[in-house]
Design a protein around this ligand. Structure first.
Ligand code: ACO
Length: 330
């Protein structure tokens, strides 16, 4: 049994994005859209797309290697590997098991978390709780998505929004105050149909018909998602700040889910957080679902936007619906 710990810290961060850039101009040649529409309505200018034969486990393990290196932790020291994803390598076994194999993390156990855009944040809470409980000492939490593989590239309502990426963090107690001060996770299963990939599971197994009807791609009610996202991200931000005993004005940085600049601006406005204190990189990557926050977090740290001692809040929202927040003292 590993000693339970109270103060669980993010020891290191890492991320990986495929090199292929798909710009708004490229999309203009594919569907009836324009750079102006996409930038005005979403803030996205380009996104990264993985090669057709590159699986999520590759993106995830590249991000994981960088996080381990940053943390100064070897793969053999890992006890638990959690992968938040809705675009894993296959329905089963888990992408976590593939990542374990690639990393040579032979002392860990691995699994996936399915919570759409909130998958990584759910994983952060599960991993933090494992260290607190003493069932794991060192945890790797990855968010990875290959959304390009489940996007309908003829549907302008969705194909302009998404991209591929991975981000990862290493969790461990440092025996000093700080770290993950509070987390909150939520879901509302009555709203599953507002954002889903309808077929491919036991509800609607793959068939010629499901392929013909284009049911193996993302279906989304954009306006409904938008409204719920703003409300839920504000509410969970306030809830988790209160749980941490902090206020919005104490934050050095807010790292929100990178789905839409208008959602981010509305959330920040409602919280009274000025945009100078909000990290935004969706112009370069689009919405990368569960990879979005760990990718943003890694870029924020490596570019110096997060310094030791800084108080950072993260909030997310996604299909399910699911939503979550965390407050971390770096
Ligand atoms: N190019 C040009 N026109 C477009 C495009 C496009 N790519 N997409 C839609 N339009 C058109 C629509 O057809 C519609 O035309 P119509 O009025 O003739 O019917 C018009 O633009 C307006 O469409 P709306 O859906 O009202 O546009 P809105 O301003 O709501 O923006 C968007 C749509 C960007 C999808 C927005 O609702 C949104 O971002 N929602 C959140 C969705 C999201 O981020 N989902 C990801 C998963 S969950 C999460 O990560 C939060």
């Amino acid at each position: 049994m590993i000693a339970p710990a109270h103060d669980v810290h993010i020891l290191g961060t890492g991320s990986y994005t495929p090199s292929h850039v798909l710009t708004n101009q490229d999309l203009e040649a594919m569907v009836d859209t324009s750079d102006e529409w996409i930038v005005t309505r979403t803030g996205i200018r380009e996104r990264r797309i993985a090669d057709p034969d590159t699986p999520s486990s590759f993106l995830a393990s590249e991000a994981a290697k960088r996080a381990l290196d940053d943390a100064g932790v070897s793969a053999k020291e890992l006890d638990q590997i959690i992968v938040g994803t809705v675009t894993g390598d296959r329905i089963f076994p888990s992408t976590g098991c593939s990542v374990q194999d690639i990393l040579g993390a032979s002392n860990a156990y691995a699994f996936d978390v399915s919570a759409a855009c909130a998958g990584w944040m759910y994983g952060l809470q599960i991993g933090r709780d494992a260290v607190r409980a003493g069932t794991a000492k060192t945890v790797l939490v990855i968010g990875v998505e290959s959304l390009s593989k489940i996007v309908n590239w003829t549907d302008r309502n969705t194909c302009v929004l998404f991209g591929d990426a991975a981000g990862a963090v290493v969790l461990r107690s440092r025996g000093e105050p700080g770290g993950i001060l509070a987390t909150r996770v939520h879901s509302d299963g009555s709203l599953v149909h507002l954002l889903e990939m309808p077929a491919g599971g036991s509800l609607m197994p793959p068939s010629h018909l499901t392929v013909e009807r284009q049911l193996h791609v993302i279906h989304m009610s954009g306006n409904d998602v938008f409204k719920h996202a703003v409300r839920a991200m504000q509410a969970v931000a306030l809830e988790v700040l209160e749980a941490a005993g902090k206020k919005a004005e104490d934050l050095a940085l807010l790292v929100p889910h990178q789905a839409n600049l208008r959602i981010i601006e509305a959330t920040a406005h409602r919280l009274g957080v000025p945009m100078e204190k909000v990290f935004v990189n969706l112009d370069k990557y689009g919405n990368t679902s569960s990879a979005s926050i760990p990718l943003a977090l890694d870029e924020a740290r490596r570019s110096g936007r997060i310094q030791k001692g800084d108080l950072v809040a993260m909030v997310t929202f996604g299909g399910g619906f699911t939503w979550a927040g965390a407050v971390v003292q770096f």
